[in-house]
Design a protein around this ligand. Sequence first.
Ligand code: NDP
Length: 285
Amino acid sequence: MTAKIMDGNLLAREMRAAWKGRAQHLAEQGSQPGLAVIIAGNDPASRIYVRNKAKACVETGIYSEIHEFSENVSQDEVIRRIQELNENLRINGILVQLPLPPHFENDKVFASIAVEKDVDGFHPYNVGALATGNAIFPPCTPHGVMHMLEKYGIPVEGQHAVVVGRSNIVGKPMALMLLQKSATVTICTSKTRDLAEHTRRADILVVAAGKPRMISAAMIKAGAAVIDVGINRLPDGSLTGDVDFDSVKEKAGYITPVPGGVGPMTITMLLCNTIEAAERAQTQC
Ligand code: NDP
């Protein structure tokens, strides 16, 4: 079997075209959606991500601002800036690019974002709301994965979903969203004994470990939907996922490529959340 490739670039283009109309509609009424991105430090990958997000905003009709800070900026200074942005009517969404410098406490920074502008879905309120199935803004990466499953007609209800990774930004919210759709969910971590024993039982396998090509064909069930969230840069500068794409695609039913799979959907969900935040703000005016 050769897997159907789940084309994140194509889906992202379709969704952005549909949402651009909503952004334009808001702009015509004097309420163009606005996103502020905070970046602290000199991580080269983060700078590329932030540039890509700003470019995607322009293409979708969203106003964007980048707030750059040095590596040794104090947490209080960043929080003060977030509090100003909370009050800024031009801004509907605030995103804090990760990783923050080591002296930061991520949770305190996320908690300082106004809940209605938390378009990344990392505020403790949104995290709790997701756990009860009522997220205001679902975190962008797992939200993008759920859209991909839906668009490709992959059933979730009653399926066995295995999530590799338990980070707060991908693994945990991914597992909650699959559970919300009535999948039977297993979460694996670096401490899991015999990882392959679990991954081989997955109808839907989502891998977010940050370990290049750790999932081989021998570790999956024939016909499974394999979603590769990982983005790893190899010594030669190329990007690869957590899944050994070439071998796994010969056994899986569906597979996402890296790049061009989950990544473009993550940015798209951020744009959608920002437009939705602007629509909600306008309704409240
Ligand atoms: P983290 O490093 O925060 O979390 C990695 C998780 O994987 C941890 O829970 C860790 O377990 C688990 N893990 C590591 N090694 C193994 C292993 N051998 N077996 C089982 N579990 C393992 O990473 P993130 O969640 O932030 O990101 C994961 C990957 O996804 C990265 O490559 C990142 O670049 C990418 N990413 C991609 C996005 C996209 O849009 N496509 C968006 C965000 C991230 P433990 O908790 O026990 O340490």
